[in-house]
Design a protein around this ligand. Structure first.
Ligand code: ZN
Length: 146
């Protein structure tokens, strides 16, 4: 394993052991989306609140493998405070990152680029993408609804 892989793995394990923004808030103003990855058993609920086109807060809860749970934690940190449009652009590029495709590396992905090597493990691509797909669906619903 090279140094970069080691660094990426330690960031992933850090988020898995100490997830950020884990636990849903009891607040009916939050939108939420539940997503499952049957092949791995990952089960995640993402909740977020959008005000004036800005994502004010994101939380998640669920259970699953280290990839899906760390990815949920990283997703909440990466996308909170962004406009819906920025978040959509980052999500679209994140899908390219995990598929091993070219992506716009001028954007700020926080820790999300640690999944750049996940395409070598096709089953894990779904795990990494799951919380991002849930967030994608959630903010698309926000836009359509208002
Ligand atoms: Zn998984």
């Amino acid at each position: 394993m090279n140094e970069l892989d080691k660094l990426y793995r330690s960031i992933i394990m850090d988020h898995y052991k100490n997830p950020q923004n884990k636990g849903l808030k009891e607040d009916e103003h939050y939108g939420h989306v539940h997503a499952k990855n049957a092949t791995c058993g990952d089960d995640v609920t993402v909740q977020a609140i959008v005000e004036n086109g800005i994502i004010k807060d994101i939380n998640f809860d669920g259970k699953g493998c280290s990839i899906s749970m760390s990815s949920a934690s990283i997703m909440t940190e990466t996308l909170v405070g962004r406009t819906v449009l920025e978040a959509k652009t980052i999500i679209e590029n994140f899908y390219q990152i995990i598929e091993g495709n070219n992506y716009d590396d001028s954007l700020d992905y926080g820790d999300a680029e640690v999944y750049a090597g996940v395409n070598e493990f096709p089953a894990r691509v779904k795990c990494a993408g799951l919380p991002w797909h849930a967030m994608d669906e959630l903010i698309n619903g926000e836009n359509n609804g208002k």
